[in-house]
Design a protein around this ligand. Structure first.
Ligand SMILES: CC(C)(COP(=O)(O)OP(=O)(O)OC[C@H]1O[C@@H](n2cnc3c(N)ncnc32)[C@H](O)[C@@H]1OP(=O)(O)O)[C@@H](O)C(=O)NCCC(=O)NCCS
Length: 201
């Protein structure tokens, strides 16, 4: 998450109203239910907690770097979106200690015009229950509702789970692997043609 993005965010558009229509409860594989909702500024400490609970592998797969703590302005940036150009959806659950975030999916403006960059993380103990797929589809739908139809993502080339999610649930237009990172360009699965099965490119 480059500093340039944080700097650029200060010049962003006014914050739109909180999109309540994106709040919903979903059932995961295994029967547990979690709430999906747009992120809020007060999630900042909950993002810190989520990062601290991530395994080293998951944190590395998400951020491509190993840091004991992320810089504090990153959490502030992540929690404060304008709900149009930048949007994040969180998955939350109630615990005896309060609400805990167990997953985040987000999009940010990419360098290319009319394109958003997406990224996802699900807490280790909640992986493999379908939450990544739910967040992926929800974030692409929310982006489409805001006029964004083209997406990109950088994924470590050995991150087979994330690559599988993208290839099985989106329409891949381009896939380039360089220096261990796979750059994908894609659209929503129902944006004009059926999804491709298996690996693309
Ligand atoms: C990648 C991640 C977001 C996926 O979330 P998740 O909740 O575990 O994902 P789901 O349960 O919805 O789906 C996992 C998919 O990977 C598949 N999968 C699991 N292990 C796999 C493997 N070794 N190789 C290929 N596919 C695999 C599952 O079968 C499933 O696909 P399917 O639904 O088509 O059957 C999550 O694992 C995570 O947070 N990882 C660490 C951070 C990260 O990698 N972020 C991506 C950066 S963009």
């Amino acid at each position: 998450m480059p500093e340039a993005a944080i700097q650029g965010a200060h010049a962003m558009a006014p914050i739109a109203a909180y999109p309540r229509e994106l709040v919903r409860t979903v059932e995961l594989k295994g029967g547990r239910s979690v709430r999906i909702r747009p992120i809020r500024p007060d999630d900042e400490p909950r993002l810190v907690d989520l990062y601290e609970r991530l395994s080293r592998d998951s944190a590395y797969q998400r951020f491509f770097t190993i840091m004991r703590h992320l810089p504090s302005d990153w959490y502030h940036f992540f929690a404060n979106v304008d709900y149009v150009r930048r949007l994040a959806l969180v998955a939350e659950r109630e615990t005896v200690g309060g609400v805990q975030l167990i997953g985040v999916g987000r999009y940010e403006p990419a360098d290319e015009p009319a394109t958003a960059e997406v990224a996802f993380v699900v807490e280790d103990g909640w992986q493999e229950r379908g939450l990544g797929a739910i967040l992926l589809e929800a974030i692409l739908d929310a982006a489409a509702a805001r006029g964004i139809e083209r997406f990109r993502a950088d994924v470590l080339a050995d991150n087979h789970r994330m690559l599988r999610l993208f290839t099985s649930r989106t329409r891949i237009d381009q896939r380039i692997t360089e220096s261990g990172v796979t750059a994908l360009r894609f659209r929503r699965a129902d944006a004009g043609a059926p999804p491709r099965s298996g690996r693309a490119g």
